[in-house]
Design a protein around this ligand. Sequence first.
Ligand SMILES: Nc1ncnc2c1ncn2[C@@H]1O[C@H](COP(=O)(O)OP(=O)(O)OP(=O)(O)O)[C@@H](O)[C@H]1O
Ligand SMILES: [Mg+2]
Length: 288
Amino acid sequence: MDIIFENVNYTYQPNTPFSHQALKDISLEIKSGSFIAVVGHTGSGKSTLLQHLNALLQPTSGRLVLGNVELPGAHHEQIKSIRQRVGLLFQHPEHQLFEETVKKELLFGPKNFSFDLNQVETELNESLQEVGLEESVLNRSPFELSGGQMKRVALASMLLAKPQVLVLDEPTAGLDPLGQTKMMQLFQSLHENKQHTVVLVTHNMGDAMRYAEKVIVLNQGTVECVKSPGELIYERDRLKAIGLDVPEPVEFVEYMKTRLGVLWEEDEINEQTISRTLVKHLKGGATS
Ligand SMILES: Nc1ncnc2c1ncn2[C@@H]1O[C@H](COP(=O)(O)OP(=O)(O)OP(=O)(O)O)[C@@H](O)[C@H]1O
Ligand SMILES: [Mg+2]
């Protein structure tokens, strides 16, 4: 399903002294089947934007189209169908877990959406394996688990509800490096093999540039820019100005250009283009 934001504004606690406009005139399009990363400094509105994608929040003004449903103004059944089609993994998994056991937690979505529970029971172990959990967690309370394990339970629970769109708010934060890589690879394979749309918030610019087709950069509730990873490498100064890290290879190319006098002529920055340019430079052919 295609997702379209048209001049969307969102204000928390409007008409109170705590009123805060978190999204300002957002216009965006997320194509069905695409892999999108959302980056921005803390407080820039990433989680607020994501919570609109499964209608947990609705625009204060403007229009949001989620497939065949339009917000605001959708009725209860339409919102329920959005919740099934769009799975949201919260930034803080403890905010989305509430059942007594992991097993009940995993069955909650499928039950809610009237799936055949006998069938879902046969998928539980495979689903745990997919997200990197042992079967032994099934009878434990989700609240006894570590932060990383909770996140994995919330992810398994989300996947068992078979959404088309995976909306992931900092899914790898707090995981060990190997766990982070494996989880990113899981999202990539779900995207490639099952044509899921993926919308991922991350503070890891390297991941955003490695996995996403488009990167949405938010700054103080507005869209600063939407760029492909190839284009984003030329936005180093703009990203720095709004407090974002640029990936190490981008810094390295900048160093090569400014300190070593290397002439950079490639469109993309990756291991091959860096080594190719360095070899050329060392042979005397890539000097500015
Ligand atoms: N429930 C709320 N009531 C009032 N203001 C809120 C509420 N939730 C968030 N905000 C404010 O809205 C702005 C955007 O918050 P949001 O959580 O979307 O940012 P974020 O980009 O996800 O940040 P982070 O990287 O820290 O997760 C922030 O200034 C925040 O303080
Ligand atoms: Mg957030």
